[in-house]
Design a protein around this ligand. Structure first.
Ligand SMILES: *Cc1c(COP(=O)(O)O)cnc(C)c1O
Ligand SMILES: [Zn+2]
Length: 420
């Protein structure tokens, strides 16, 4: 049974039938899925959700399929890690990391949105799927397409990390690297989508794709014991995940699954690509596009499609935004790794660095529950931290060689690890 009414323009309210369309013909506003919330409310409950397997489809009433899901049976339901050692390092009482660096199967939050987009693509009759990507989306579309047996094209900028390039190519899609940045890739893909009529996850399927991002918010609330956190810091690239986390929280309240209480939402961007945070700081509604220059390539989108809705969601929540330099990002990646044993890519380093900054500024109080969004995996972006970590000590395979090394180590002997 489907709980979807159709598509509706976010700006003028014009309604459309379910189809692979994403822009309003009247006002060029983005289209969004409209649900029959009254019917969902009669069906959904905490118990029903908890009775289902630990993947993103446990919230299926609030996702836009008519039929059964076709992929993503192990995607989502990633750990919400209670981060006590990082909390101590940042001087706060209660801190969590929502860890999509271990999302199945391609180690980023994109496995959520792609599970929904590609299930919908097949439902709509497509046999070819594609995307415009900063890397993680290409990895995820290529992997899910492989297991679904779909033809696949992925379009990426030509300056990506090797891990992201190989992490798509291994699934044997047709990968296309374009000279230029993500914004150039996206512009070209809009034309290709028009001409070739393929299912572009984040273009013509965008209304369905973006809905998958709500599950990140649903899980945070469920894993906190069906509660909203007081503060959540979310990275911003094209502006999908942040407003959808906000929408996810609102839907949980509306469905009576969590109590309504204030949750401030903060946008994190890299200083080398911070069009949304700049607009927040200027208190402006106008997002001035920038030319990205940062190691945080997965969130380097200079002209974010949904940036305007990030501004709205952040302001409505009473939150704020901050940016982090490449140096702060690298330090934050190391801090997270060395306190919590989680290795994230620069996007996650950005949210950790920005959280630290917001706490130091007094924007986030030290005695309320904070969630940091970690959206991608550090093993894909070795380049970013390669020069920041120590090389291994090189010795011959002799005990005397190790004895000599050990005697010369400046490091203190390790203290007995305390059991947690
Ligand atoms: C895509 C992506 C994001 C967020 O992008 P939005 O377009 O704002 O949803 C964040 N982190 C990583 C690692 C990503 O790949
Ligand atoms: Zn419209």
């Amino acid at each position: 049974m489907s709980f979807v009414n159709g598509l509706k323009c976010r700006e003028c309210g014009e309604r459309y039938e379910i189809a692979p369309v994403h822009v309003c013909e009247l006002c060029f506003g983005p289209l969004e899925v409209e649900y029959n919330y009254a019917a969902i409310k009669k069906t959904i409950s905490r118990e029903l959700i908890e009775s289902r397997p630990p993947n993103l489809w446990r919230y299926r009433e609030l996702l836009p399929l008519d039929g059964e899901p076709l992929t993503g049976f192990h995607s989502g339901f990633t750990p919400l890690v209670k981060a006590d050692r990082l909390a101590r390092a940042l001087g706060v009482d209660e801190l969590y990391v929502k860890d999509d660096s271990v999302n199945h199967p391609t180690f980023s939050y994109k496995d959520r949105v792609v599970s929904v987009a590609l299930s919908k693509a097949v439902e709509l009759g497509f046999d070819t799927v594609a995307c415009a990507s900063t890397g993680n989306l290409a990895n995820s579309v290529a992997a899910h397409a492989a297991r679904m047996g779909l033809r696949c094209f992925v379009f990426i900028p030509d300056n990506l990390e090797r891990g992201k390039v190989v992490g798509s190519a291994i699934y044997n899609p047709t990968p296309v690297a374009i000279s230029g940045n993500y914004d150039d890739v996206n512009r070209l893909c809009t034309e290709i989508a028009d001409k070739y009529k393929w299912a572009f996850a984040n273009i013509n399927l965008r209304p369905f794709y973006t809905e998958g991002a709500k599950t990140y918010g649903f899980e945070v609330a469920e894993q906190l014991g069906w509660k909203l956190p007081a503060h959540i810091v979310v990275p911003t690239a094209g502006g999908t995940i942040l407003p959808k986390v906000a929408k996810g929280f609102e839907e949980l309240v509306q469905m009576g699954l969590v109590e309504d209480r204030p949750c401030k939402i903060y946008s994190a961007q890299a200083s080398g690509c911070a069009p949304v945070v700049n607009a927040l700081h200027r208190e402006s509604d106008l997002i001035e596009p920038v030319k990205p220059n940062t190691i945080a390539k997965s969130i380097a989108i200079g002209n974010p499609a949904d940036g305007y809705y990030v501004l709205g969601a952040v302001r409505k929540s009473g939150g704020w935004g901050e940016m982090a330099t490449d140096k702060e990002i690298v330090e934050a990646i190391q801090l997270l790794a060395q306190t919590e044993g989680i290795f994230t890519e620069p996007a996650g380093g950005t949210t950790v660095a920005v959280t630290k900054k917001l706490i130091e500024q007094g924007r986030i109080p030290r005695d309320e529950a904070i969630v940091i969004s970690v959206t991608g995996n550090g093993y894909k972006t070795i380049e970013a931290v390669n020069d920041a970590v120590a090389e291994p000590h090189q010795i011959s395979a002799k005990l005397s060689a190790f004895d000599e090394l050990y005697a010369n180590l400046s490091q203190e002997p390790a203290k007995q690890a305390k059991s947690a």
